[in-house]
Write a protein that binds this ligand. Structure first.
Ligand code: AMP
Length: 187
């Protein structure tokens, strides 16, 4: 089963992705983690993206699409992909469709965790203390939220027309969201 978790930063996608990884023996595909990894390694990609990441801007589609390509064609992970924080632009969503088609796969469920700005800010502030994430200063948080909402509008329109799109209230407690997702998946 391939699943997309969609929603603004702080909506709880990562938490739900971890639940799904355990439940479905899947693989969490977080482009945020992959990009942070490149920065940590100080790779060529890392050097290119560090400024955008720190400013809360989106990294270029080209870089993200290239990183994701390897994952989709990884035989071990096929049919067990839990996308967390990807795709975030229409170009990424279209590219994903193409990559899935070319690897004989499809998306089984798209979950949109919808949550308002106030809830997001509270949650990210909490996570900032726990995880000590460097790109999570308040200014960045707000910028990330706005960028997300602006850029992902076309992505939301793209996915919301699909029959396997489900919107879930992201302001619910973590367990409640987990239960709702579990009910849709029948697991
Ligand atoms: P996240 O950990 O998902 O909140 O992502 C952290 C940061 O990584 C974002 O603010 C973006 O700068 C970058 N990023 C993560 N995923 C993507 C993506 N799919 N497209 C573009 N930029 C991304």
């Amino acid at each position: 089963m391939n699943i997309i978790l969609f929603g603004p930063p702080g909506a709880g996608k990562g938490t739900q992705a971890k639940f799904l990884v355990t439940k479905l023996k899947g693989y969490q595909i977080s482009t945020g983690d992959m990009l942070r990894d490149e920065i940590q390694k100080n790779s060529d990609i890392g050097k290119k993206i560090i400024d955008d990441m720190n400013e809360g801007k989106f990294v270029s589609d080209e870089i993200v699409n290239n990183l994701i390509k390897n994952v989709i064609f990884d035989d071990q992970k096929k049919g067990k992909l839990i996308f967390d924080g990807y795709p975030r632009s229409l170009s990424q969503a279209e590219k994903l469709d193409l990559l899935l088609k070319n690897s004989n796969q499809k998306i089984d469920f798209i979950f949109f965790l919808n949550v308002n700005k106030d809830t997001i800010i509270k949650r990210i502030e909490k996570r900032k203390i726990i995880e000590k994430r460097s790109d999570d200063e308040l200014d960045t948080i707000l910028k990330r939220y706005d960028t997300y909402m602006e850029t992902t509008k076309p992505v939301l329109e793209f996915y919301s027309k699909k029959p396997n799109f489900y919107e879930i209230d992201g302001a619910l407690e973590i367990d409640q969201i987990t239960n709702k997702i579990g009910a849709f998946l029948k697991v």
